[in-house]
Design a protein around this ligand. Sequence first.
Ligand code: TYM
Length: 343
Amino acid sequence: MSEKPVEYSGPQRVFSGVQPSGDLHLGNYLGALKNWVALQDEHDCVYCIVDLHAVTVWQDPRELPNQTRNIAAAFLASGVDPKKAIIYPQSRVKAHTELAWYFNCVARMGWLNRMTQFKDKAGKNSEKMSVGLFDYPVLQAADILAFKGTHVPVGEDQKQHLELSRDIAAKFNNDFDVPGFFPQPEPIIQGPGARIMSLRDGTNKMSKSDPSDNSRINLTDDADAISKKIRKAKTDAGVIPETTEELAERPEVKNLVGIYAAISGKSKADILTEYAGQGFGVFKPALADLTVEHMAPITDLMKRYLSAPDEIDAILSAGADAASEIATPIVADVRDIMGFWKV
Ligand code: TYM
């Protein structure tokens, strides 16, 4: 009789997702999409538009299909290639909701009570939030593990959710005595793009839900809007410092240098060497030019994709079929493991 492997030894697979709950911004692009593109040449990649997560807060049903298309267009325009990576809407693949229920019975209340993102989103109104918003990280674990995802490229804000996914995977393997059935998904959180902050307040992350549009650069912003927002970005009275240590107490400056580094691929130290002693009257226009040069082609391509919605729909439909083919047998195995009645 062969021993069951203790460690997961199946195929490696990259999984990640973005919510269709508004326009994507530079943080989503630098924290997630840019890394997704880099991974697709070497790895088996599955990139999901997580509409089931989006409805944990109210979404207008008349808008949701277009929001989903917008995100698909952003994936494609950023360089995600449907010939190399699977892209699809989460709600088209039933494995997500099914596995999420099974995981609801594995995850512990105490684990979810510790999730800081729920606390941040709910604030003082937690009693009025949907149960789905509280349960959001369990569905996220199901997303990844329905594909036995081993690597998850995300921004830094997702670190805690990834830890929960690992805990759920470990408890499932342990409770049902199936060592190595689910992998321990590893977050890929890398580079200065992993935590892009608001342009108005360097202590808050750039976010779709910030009421100030000037706080973020949207992937739909044209060159003019991008330049204006960067020129208006909050800074301080100083100049660009010489060392990265001096950025520690200057969150807004640190953020702008971080954006420069994430887009250009240069290190923060090299950028500081280049601009040390210069005022923001020099640095901001340079950053604006760099950002426009990098983002304008993406914005243009996005518009072109959106002018052919049928093509997007065909890509998403084929992607959903391919995703189902992977996830359905994995969830069927889970049913067997848990002892559900066979049909
Ligand atoms: P969402 O849509 O809020 O964010 C999508 C991706 O963008 C990253 N991100 C940022 N990165 C850097 N700086 C920022 N200011 C910034 N804001 C957002 C997020 O970290 C994320 O990578 N819960 C996920 C969606 C999800 C998911 C999954 C991700 C659902 N299931 C399974 C991975 C695997 C989220 O927050 O999406």
